[in-house]
Write a protein that binds this ligand. Structure first.
Ligand code: HEC
Length: 96
């Protein structure tokens, strides 16, 4: 019984370790997009100041989009996201 208790405590520590780890990891693509891109590209990718990103997968690969995010463009600021977050947003956009 004592052993079982010790084991449970270990499991709990392990689980709480994991969940605190998760809260530190990046947001998902949609949240990142809403926070960083939606002001110019629209809540639903419909476009605003920036062009629509609907069906952007027909135009760009994941690497292209990452590059656009890191390098920016004529009227789009560079370095909006770090490379990890750019990847997440690029992947998410390609599912749209
Ligand atoms: C300050 C406004 C602004 C923000 C914020 C912004 N963009 Fe842009 N984006 C633009 C504009 C304007 C263009 C059109 C190209 C140009 O003239 O610079 C563009 C172009 C693009 C393109 C190329 C579209 C095409 O059809 O060629 C992609 C992809 C893109 N943006 C993705 C993003 C992503 C992803 C984010 C968020 C990380 C983002 N943008 C944030 C303004 C913005």
């Amino acid at each position: 019984m004592k052993q079982f208790f010790a084991f449970s405590v270990l499991i709990l520590l392990f689980l709480s370790g994991c969940s605190s780890g998760n809260s530190n990891t990046a947001m998902d693509g949609q949240s990142l997009y809403k926070k960083t891109c939606a002001s110019c590209h629209g809540e639903n990718l419909q476009g605003a100041v920036g062009p629509t990103l609907v069906n952007i997968k027909s135009k760009y690969s994941e690497a292209d989009i990452e590059k656009i995010i890191s390098k920016g463009s004529q009227h789009m600021p560079a370095n909006l996201l770090d490379s990890e977050d750019s990847k997440i947003v690029a992947k998410w956009l390609l599912t749209k």
